[in-house]
Design a protein around this ligand. Structure first.
Ligand code: GLN
Length: 496
């Protein structure tokens, strides 16, 4: 039994736990030993084995008493952007080196209440700014210096970002499931690059309380797992109103996202935006996506050509709005209340300057500067205000499109995962690679990524499904139906 634990789906593992075929303690130990054996991926940045095993024992007690939920004893790992009691929280930044939160993020807390067992914290781009998990300042476990997360399918390639640690850990079966956050694609893109499944719910579905803020009007938490079914189970536990602690959390009741799986796709209209299939799309990605669209037709869906005319504008709009919000959010890291403080300084202003200069990495500083610039007097109208107007138009384009389709499908990213270092010195090249994920983020729509094939170098290709507001169930059902008729989500990288 023990050697198969890491291959089980969340549902099967939870069942095995309830049937007492395996204990939560054995399960946790099994995954902890896999994590320790695979530090070369640089996916984990923190463990607390004692705490993990305590949580597992508590889960076993619940299982023994029969007072369990569908997730009791299921191991999970959290992106290091969620604050967690008992583990350090760094957001991938030297600014927060050594920081320990006195409380758990709402999402972490909700999952813990369901009896999940936290294995550890996962590497991410610094303050979630990145598309390759190369912007890391914190050394991963087993590494002396900060290092990019490695893609389990090819360790010379990036895992995607900013939730690259989450994607790599799930793909290598070091955890059955992980949390991620998505501001402009950070769940969908690393999921695609690592051949796993991930969903970013509608903005406001999951509480942002305790999620270290990057761009507050965009940030959203979601699960990353091997299948849509597993994502549905975890998402159900993550989402729900949190009015006292996140004023943007939606007042919609908790939803069980597993109930709508297995619905027929007969007559479902899939909108195919022509802008997602232009020149920039690599041939290998295009052919995998086209094959998946054909598979959907065989399942009864209908393809409808649509247009999202402002797709290209999503890049400049996002890279104005996100840095603007980041420059404001990150002003709290000033060396006074928490975070890094410079050793030597002359006066208060000098302390701020030195602490921030030392604590933040290059990409974070770049964005603080861009954000400060676009918000400054004289440029606010020219950049920030214009970007907000176009953001609204992008959201309207989606509503126009949803008049003729039920769901939108296309690629997650223009290419498969690139080589580590290939774009590391070129911020623009990284930004451009976000083109297909940014529009749904700006509109606040739910989006997901599911593996639909392999491209250049044998690397996984992910398809993106975008739904209208609160249509997570539909997306999960669409992905689940595909996965019942294909095995891309079951294929594993070798060597783990
Ligand atoms: N790549 C995008 C950025 O760097 C998105 C990151 C994210 O979703 N957190 O901002």
């Amino acid at each position: 039994m023990a050697e198969e634990l890491h291959q089980m789906s969340v549902a099967r593992l939870a069942q095995a736990l309830r049937d007492k075929k395996v204990s939560a303690l054995e399960t946790a130990q099994h995954f902890l030993s896999r994590i320790s054996a695979n530090h070369q991926l640089a996916a984990f940045v923190a463990l607390n084995e004692e705490l993990t095993l305590d949580q597992a024992r508590a889960a076993d007690a619940r299982l023994a008493a029969g007072s369990c939920s569908p997730l009791t004893g299921v191991p999970i790992a959290h992106k290091d952007i969620f604050v967690t009691q008992g583990f350090p929280t760094t957001a991938g930044s030297n600014m927060l080196a050594g920081y320990r939160s006195p409380f758990d993020a709402t999402v972490v807390d909700r999952l813990a209440q369901q009896g999940t067992v936290t294995l550890g914290k996962l590497s991410c781009d610094e303050f979630a700014m990145g598309s390759a998990n190369e912007n890391v300042a914190v050394p991963a476990l087993g590494h002396a210096a900060a290092t990019p997360v490695r893609n389990p399918w090819d360790r010379e390639r990036v895992a995607g970002g900013s939730s690259g640690g989450s994607a790599a850990a799930v793909a290598a079966q070091l955890t059955p499931v992980a949390t991620g956050t998505d501001t402009g694609g950070s769940i969908r893109q690393p999921a695609a690059f690592c051949g796993i499944t991930g969903i970013k719910p509608t903005y406001g579905r999951a509480s942002r309380y305790g999620m270290i803020a990057y761009a507050s009007s965009l940030d959203q938490a979601g699960p990353m797992a091997r299948s849509a079914e597993d994502c549905a189970l975890i998402l159900s536990a993550m989402c729900g109103p949190d009015p006292d602690r996140d004023s943007t959390s939606l007042e919609v009741p908790d939803e069980n996202f597993t109930l709508q799986l297995n619905q027929s796709l007969e007559g479902i209209r899939i909108g195919v935006p022509k802008e997602f299939f232009g020149e920039g799309l690599a041939a290998d990605v295009r052919s995998a996506i086209e094959a998946a669209l054909q598979a959907y037709q065989k399942l009864g869906a209908q393809l409808v050509p649509i247009s999202l005319p402002r797709t290209e504008l999503a890049i400049p709009v996002y890279y104005i709005i996100a840095p603007a919000e980041a420059s404001s959010n990150l002003s709290r890291f000033d060396g006074v209340k928490f975070g890094h403080r410079a050793d030597r300084y002359e006066d208060l202003l000098d302390m701020y300057k030195k602490s921030r200069a030392e604590g933040f990495g290059e990409e974070v500083k770049r964005r603080i500067m861009v954000g400060t610039y676009v918000l400054s007097h004289g440029y606010y109208d020219a950049y920030y205000l214009q970007a907000q107007k176009i953001r609204r138009m992008i959201a309207e384009d989606f509503q126009q499109a949803f008049k003729s389709c039920d769901v939108i499908a296309g690629p997650v990213a223009p290419t498969v995962a690139w080589k580590i270092g290939e774009k590391a010195d070129d911020p623009l090249a990284n930004y451009l690679a976000d083109i297909f994920t940014l529009p749904a983020s700006l509109a606040g729509l739910p989006g997901m990524s599911l593996p639909v094939g392999f491209g250049q170098g044998g690397m996984p290709v992910g398809m993106q499904l975008i739904g209208n507001y609160l249509q997570e169930s539909r997306l999960l059902n669409m992905a689940h139906r595909f996965q019942q008729n294909s095995d891309f989500h079951l294929r594993q990288p070798g060597g783990f």
